[in-house]
Structure formats: structure tokens, C-alpha cells
Design a protein around this ligand. Structure first.
Ligand code: GRF
Length: 199
């Protein structure tokens, strides 16, 4: 499977995928990394791994639909069978999602449908839950609302702050991401009602 990874940040999830993809038995290969931010640390990781990169910055487009189209075109060039949003901090629009139907995954640092949005770790802490985690799901038109593929739980410790908790979540999150991207690439991904089924 050809995989394009969308990133905005440091790229620890990307690094985990890059570590897995050299093994042909893994079944998935990161063929490009695309960012909305020219300075994203993840881009440097991609370059170091000799994976092609592209930057599609909203500032270079007149409006949101224009950016959405530009992003879809930049990704389509690499003919992905899967698109993985891994720490990509923007909402994908209808043009993008229509271009890659049921092929766009997102990883979110909370147990959806609890704590969607940009501050899933902070919001879980503030709510006082004892268990949070990470969710891998298909992207639909909503914010973190698409069919769930996999989840992993992480216990909150008494002395956790947002940074310490996010660090533990990210360890579990990237293991889950690598595991399930491989399973999808070696198998099938179908949607049955609210559920994403990997066979
Ligand atoms: C991940 O926890 C992701 O779910 C969240 O931001 C983090 C990205 O980390 N939205 P990285 O850029 O992969 O290191």
C-alpha cells in the first residue's frame, strides 16, 4: 500500500511509520509526507528518510476551498491507497475527502467520542477522567467523528500534567498506528454502519 502522511508537528507518529515501512512484509510504504507548515519537524524526518515532501500552506491560497483543492492535488500526485493524518492540525474539507473516499485515517489523542478537537489531552485531564487514550479512525466531514478503527487506553496518573500524559499517550498511539496501518495495508478496510472493519 502506498501511504501519504499528513503532518503539522514533530512527527513522532511519522517516525514510527518510517521505522516500520522498510520491512516489505509490513505491507505499507510511506511514499510522501505533506504538511501545512513549512517548519514542521516531521518534514526533516521525511527528508532524512529520503521520502518526498510537499508543503501546502493555507497562506498561499485565497480561501479554504482553494487550499483544500491544493492539498488534494498535492497528495493525489503520489497515488496513495491510504492517507494518514498523523498530528495534522487542520480540518480536511469536502474536496479532499471526496478525492480519497474511505481512505483517510486520523489518529487522535483521546478515546473518541470523548474529547474531540485540538485539545483532547488537556480536555480529558480537565474533566478528571481516570482513563484516556488514543483513537485511530476514518475521517469524515465532522471533527474527529468518523468510524473508529482502533483504540488504546492510557491510565491517568495523579501527578500527570498535559505534557506527561500526552507523552504516554503518544507511545501507545504510535504503536497502535503502526499496527493498524499494516493490518489495513495487508487486508481490507470496509465501513459497516458506524464501524470500520479491518479484515
Ligand atoms: C499526536 O498525539 C496526535 O494525535 C496529536 O498530536 C500529536 C502529534 O504528534 N493530534 P507527532 O507530530 O506525530 O509527534
Amino acid at each position: 500500500h502506498r501511504v501519504v502522511v499528513l503532518v503539522s508537528g514533530a512527527g513522532s507518529n511519522l517516525a514510527a511509520l518510517l521505522a516500520a515501512h522498510d520491512d516489505a512484509a509490513y505491507g505499507a510504504r510511506v511514499v510522501a509526507v505533506v504538511s501545512d507548515r513549512p517548519g514542521a519537524g516531521a518534514l526533516a524526518l521525511a527528508r532524512a528518510a529520503r521520502v518526498p515532501t510537499a508543503v501546502v500552506a493555507p497562506a498561499d491560497f485565497a480561501d479554504r476551498p482553494g487550499w483544500d483543492r491544493g492539498l488534494a492535488e498535492a497528495v493525489a500526485v503520489f497515488r496513495p491507497e491510504l492517507v494518514v493524518s498523523a498530528g495534522f492540525m487542520r480540518i480536511l474539507g469536502p474536496t479532499f475527502l471526496d478525492r480519497f473516499p474511505a481512505r483517510v485515517l486520523n489518529t487522535h489523542p483521546a478515546l473518541l467520542p470523548s474529547f474531540p478537537g485540538a485539545h483532547g489531552v488537556r480536555d480529558a485531564l480537565a474533566h478528571g477522567v481516570a482513563v484516556t487514550g488514543a483513537t485511530l479512525h476514518l475521517v469524515d466531514a465532522g471533527v474527529d467523528t468518523g468510524p473508529i478503527i482502533a483504540q488504546v487506553a492510557v491510565a491517568i496518573e495523579a501527578d500527570d500534567d498535559e505534557a506527561s500524559l500526552h507523552e504516554r499517550i503518544k507511545v501507545a498511539e504510535r504503536a497502535m498506528l503502526v499496527d493498524w496501518v499494516g493490518r489495513i495495508a495487508r487486508g481490507t478496510l470496509t465501513i459497516e454502519g458506524r464501524r470500520a472493519v479491518v479484515g
